[in-house]
Design a protein around this ligand. Structure first.
Ligand SMILES: Cc1cc2nc3c(=O)[nH]c(=O)nc-3n(C[C@H](O)[C@H](O)[C@H](O)COP(=O)(O)OP(=O)(O)OC[C@H]3O[C@@H](n4cnc5c(N)ncnc54)[C@H](O)[C@@H]3O)c2cc1C
Length: 383
């Protein structure tokens, strides 16, 4: 059934949806507020379940070919002592490898797999749902009526506000920094170092290149943050190897992105002619690295729900029914993980040493279960 569909946002969720729609012959328009494709954002880690969805989008081999394959995930304390070391290759063997790559490389692959032209530099000034249609006022003065508007415009989604009223996300009292830097220490896999209310993560993203991520609770920070490099060195300078030398080696002209973290409480974000996907619908802390996977899965499940549906409202309700449990589980697990940041050091160390394996399995095992969509509903499906 042919519908007049608008996707708002050409980030990870919007591009994945565009790709899934094209593969099923569903036509759409797509806009993005940014004047040109975004290139920042440093690196991405994609646990094994991402590969199931990437295969469903037809990107499995392409991403696996250029990404770094992480066989283990290691948690160290600030002094470099091992708290937990997990054979993630084994855990995810029926799904796929745990990959890491630059965000630019991932979005570049997504973009190259979409034929429909993204209209960059365009956003919506207002969306009104009238009966079962959405009337959209665009920033360039145009107006159009759509059968379906899909908000994929991220954490600070304006679409969420225009459709569902004032729905500001919860902002965590935490700050993060991200950068790409030479892998001068020859790190081979995802490695995090934990201090009190702060964490420093290194992930190889390609030969010779490391994705460095640091975060700290705001209570640790001075009132005015100015120099990202100095802030990182103040926070992590007293850490040991392997990651401290990387922080020390940051140069004055290196690009570092500073950001906030927060959460959009997952719920049924749909009405008679619109819905939200990706971070606009269920952003959360990156502590399980599930944001991209959930965006891919949203795209596949929504495409499945819409492909042959006669009744649009029923299709949108079916999408929410299929997604809510999974994204709520991730949000709950992220909150539980993040709550250990402020525990007294001996308790945190004991928990990770004694229960690290069990906690990892508990958080991620439900994600080995099939999600429905794009034919990617078997975890052992190959590209
Ligand atoms: C610090 C940090 C680290 C992370 N690390 C990981 C990780 O390692 N692995 C992982 O899987 N996930 C990670 N995530 C989460 C992941 O980045 C997000 O889940 C993912 O980017 C969501 O994709 P999205 O398309 O919904 O939103 P976005 O990627 O934010 O894309 C939104 C798009 O909408 C556009 N837009 C915004 N407003 C408008 C508007 N009004 N009109 C039109 N267009 C608009 C933007 O320009 C952008 O292109 C991390 C997040 C953070 C904050």
């Amino acid at each position: 059934m042919s519908r007049n569909i608008l996707i708002i946002g050409a980030g990870i969720a919007g591009l994945a949806l565009a790709r899934a729609f094209e593969r099923r012959g569903i036509a759409f328009d797509i806009i993005d507020r940014a004047p040109a494709p975004l290139t920042g954002g440093a690196g991405m880690f994609l646990p094994g379940n991402a590969m199931v969805a990437l295969r469903g989008l037809g990107f499995g081999e392409q991403v696996a070919d250029i990404a770094w394959h992480n066989r283990r995930q290691t948690i160290l304390d600030a002094g470099g002592g091992v708290l937990h070391d997990m054979d993630v290759e084994r855990f995810w063997e029926n799904a796929g490898p745990c990959l890491s790559l630059t965000r630019a490389a991932l979005t570049g692959i997504l973009r190259s797999g979409v034929e429909t032209q993204v209209r960059y530099g365009v956003w919506t000034n207002g969306i009104t749902v009238e009966g079962n249609k959405a009337r959209v006022a665009f920033s360039d003065g145009e107006e159009a009526v759509h059968d379906l508007v899909i908000g994929a415009d991220g954490f600070n989604s304006a679409t969420r506000g225009q459709l569902f009223g004032d729905q500001a996300p919860e902002i965590y009292p935490r700050t993060c920094w991200r950068m790409l830097t030479p892998n001068s220490i020859g790190l081979r896999h995802w490695t995090v170092m934990l201090g009190h209310r702060r964490a420093l993560l290194g992930v190889p993203v390609e030969d010779g290149l490391l994705y460095l991520y640091g975060d700290a609770d705001n209570v640790l920070l001075p009132a005015h943050l100015t120099n990202h490099r100095r802030d990182l060195q103040d926070l992590f300078g007293a850490f040991a190897g392997p990651l401290a030398p990387v922080v020390e080696a940051i140069g004055p002209d290196d690009r570092i992105d500073r950001g906030i973290l927060g959460e959009v409480a997952a719920r049924d974000w749909s009405n008679d002619a619109a819905l939200l996907i990706g971070d606009a619908a269920h952003a959360c802390s990156p502590s399980m690295a599930q944001g991209a996977s959930m965006a891919f899965e949203d795209a596949l499940v929504l495409t499945d729900c819409l492909a042959d549906a006669q009744d649009l409202r029923a299709a949108l309700a079916a999408f929410s029914r299929q997604r809510l449990e999974r994204v709520r589980w991730i949000q709950k697990q992220c909150r539980a993980r993040d709550s250990t940041r402020a525990l007294p050091r001996p308790l945190r160390i004991a928990i990770l040493r004694l229960l690290g394996d069990r906690l990892y399995r508990r958080s991620y095992t439900p994600l080995l279960a099939p999600f429905r969509g794009g034919g990617a509903d078997r975890v052992d499906q190959r590209a």
